[in-house]
Design a binder for this molecule. Structure first.
Ligand SMILES: NC(=O)C1=CN([C@@H]2O[C@H](COP(=O)(O)OP(=O)(O)OC[C@H]3O[C@@H](n4cnc5c(N)ncnc54)[C@H](OP(=O)(O)O)[C@@H]3O)[C@@H](O)[C@H]2O)[C@@H](O)CC1
Ligand SMILES: Nc1ncnc2c1ncn2[C@@H]1O[C@H](COP(=O)(O)OP(=O)(O)O)[C@@H](O)[C@H]1O
Ligand SMILES: [K+]
Length: 508
């Protein structure tokens, strides 16, 4: 936990945190004028690197995002590019820095008009950045609408105008950027959809803000990376044996028998010393013939939950997962609930996924009250809506906050899955994942994730880190497989991911 330090490049800053960092930098002696000059230069450098000389239109808004735009325009003009600049705002209300660069611009200042786009090859979007508070209207909106219709290439400063850097939500229309240049650190909105999809390639530029200013801020959001958790990773002991690596228990149901098999195999691949799949007796043969290194144990008919409880009396069974293929039809729902409650009653690290969550849709409170030990819940959006309808409604469009509030309410680590998976701890910390390819949108990949997590929990990894590490490995494994991925490929590609991870991060 100590290693998730605030100066880390993976730290993410909300708009107000970035404002505080900016203020602290100024207090530490970096002039605001220099910050703006460096920001504008960084954007101009990125443009010069990506595009060849072409006709540029810089669209400057009323705040400091516009201020950056004046600087970019001047740099590109000095580099010999044909540059036009349009300004929407009032000179009187510009900040001192923006007013300075407004004056320093050597070209003409034009008003916003969509026909400016007729003579333009590249748009620099310096309309709104961190200060955006509402949807664009009037001239800026017309401009964005025209840029979208003409499919113009755009380089956005800080964020594409209309994207909320803190949440990734879009306030109305947004022109997608090919390149977005942001400053100092990424913002959550660069990683969360729809913002992430609108940024194009993201460049983070150093503008001279000293990293130690972050120490004074109360920061609690990171982009997922092994840098956050590799130091605590439960590397296999050189003198270890299988009992040092834990014994995970997976519950398997009667109908979707593939799901928990994927989970069990994934837990083995992640390094759990032993994995037991506990399944109803009438489907035992199906499981037993399909599994090799995983042990399969029978739960007697009509007393599955009691047998499951008995199995857990053995304290060596140190991590449990319930949900994949557990069943919700008819009596199965009650049984799934009982099995979940039996798992939680042990206070041992438990992963709840899929049916293990949905079984409590009628009364999520029963579930939350039963969570008194380490627990990781892995809802996708549908499951999340069933368990946390109020949070979902009140904070629609803010995935980060929804996940954080859900973790706090349930006292579990919550992995809110999707293309921009958020991992939230009940203590308020959150990690946004960014390495998962869209190939993961395939049946069973969530079951594998649950297995990766329980595999790490069995080895004694702390739940928040286990969750973050499993999500990251899942993304890496998917990248290894590439197009055509099916869920069973993921555990089988994990050894390559673990080997590369160990090579880079292991130190004895
Ligand atoms: N380290 C740093 O922080 C650095 C920051 N830098 C740059 O500063 C940017 C942040 O600047 P900023 O705070 O001035 O906000 P910005 O986005 O330009 O706009 C605010 C103005 O827009 C207005 N407004 C808002 N929404 C509106 C709407 N829908 N329609 C119409 N108007 C709307 C709002 O008016 P109000 O809401 O008060 O009515 C206000 O006048 C940041 O993104 C980065 O590019 C760099 O210079 C380097 C150092
Ligand atoms: N477009 C996407 N890009 C990246 N990852 C995705 C995408 N869609 C889904 N995923 C990931 O795939 C997994 C799907 O899990 P889930 O919805 O539970 O599927 P299943 O129930 O079929 O196992 C999650 O880890 C999720 O984050
Ligand atoms: K912008």
């Amino acid at each position: 936990m100590d290693h998730m330090d605030k100066q880390h490049p993976q730290i993410l800053l909300t708009a107000s945190e970035m404002g505080e960092a900016d203020k602290a930098a100024v207090q530490a002696g970096v002039p605001a004028m220099e910050l703006m000059a460096a920001a504008g230069k960084a954007v101009a450098d990125a443009v010069l690197e990506r595009w060849s000389r072409c006709r540029v239109l810089v669209l400057c808004g009323p705040g400091n995002n516009g201020g950056d735009g004046f600087v970019v325009a001047q740099f590109l003009l000095s580099a010999g590019w044909p540059v036009r600049l349009a300004f929407w705002g009032s000179v009187e209300t510009l900040s001192a820095e923006a007013a300075y660069f407004y004056q320093a611009w050597q070209g003409e200042i034009e008003a916003f008009a969509t026909d400016l786009l007729d003579q333009t090859d590249l748009v620099i979007d310096a309309m709104f950045g961190a200060g955006l508070t509402r949807s664009l209207e009037g001239k800026p909106r017309d401009m964005v609408d025209a840029i979208i219709k003409r499919k113009m290439p755009v380089c956005a400063i800080d964020v594409p105008s209309g994207v909320d850097g803190t949440t990734g939500a879009a306030f109305g229309l947004v022109a997608p950027a090919e390149l977005t240049v942001t400053f100092f650190r990424k913002k959550p909105g660069h990683l969360l959809f729809p913002g992430r999809g609108l940024c194009g390639k993201l460049v983070v530029a150093d503008i001279g803000i000293p990293a130690p200013v972050l120490d004074e801020l109360n920061l609690h959001t990171w982009e997922n990376s092994p840098e956050l958790w590799y130091r605590e990773y439960p590397w296999p002991r050189l003198d270890g044996h299988k009992f040092h690596r834990g014994h995970a228990v997976v519950f398997g149901g009667e109908n979707m028998t593939g799901a928990s098999r994927l989970t069990a195999r994934a837990a083995m691949r992640m390094g759990a010393g032993l994995v037991t799949l506990a399944v109803p007796i009438k489907v035992w043969a199906i499981y037993a013939t399909a599994m090799t290194c995983v042990m399969v144990t029978k739960l007697e008919q009509s007393q599955e939950a009691e047998d499951f409880e008995e199995l857990l009396l053995d304290p060596r069974h140190n991590a449990i997962v319930v949900g994949p293929g557990a069943g919700l039809a008819g009596f199965e729902r009650i049984r799934t609930r009982k099995i979940v409650l039996a798992a939680l009653a042990t206070n041992r690290p438990t992963v709840l996924d899929a049916d293990g969550l949905s079984a409590f849709a009628d009364d999520p409170k029963i579930l939350f009250e039963a969570i008194n030990g380490p627990c990781v819940m892995t809802p996708h959006e549908g499951e999340f809506a069933r368990l946390f309808p109020d949070i979902n409604e009140e904070h629609a469009g803010d995935k980060l906050r929804r996940a954080r509030l859900a973790a706090k309410l349930s006292a579990a680590v919550v992995i809110l899955k999707g293309a921009d998976t958020v991992i939230a701890s009940p203590d308020g910390r959150a990690i946004i994942n960014s390495n998962a390819p869209a190939d993961l949108a395939t049946g069973g990949s969530g079951d594998v994730l649950a297995g990766f997590i329980v595999g790490l929990l069995a080895q004694g990894f702390e739940p928040f880190y286990a969750a973050a590490a499993a999500v990251w490995m899942h993304g890496e494994a998917a990248c290894e497989v590439g197009a055509g991925l099916i869920a069973e490929d993921l555990p089988d590609h994990l050894p390559k991911v673990l080997t590369a991870f160990k090579k880079q991060y292991y130190t004895d």
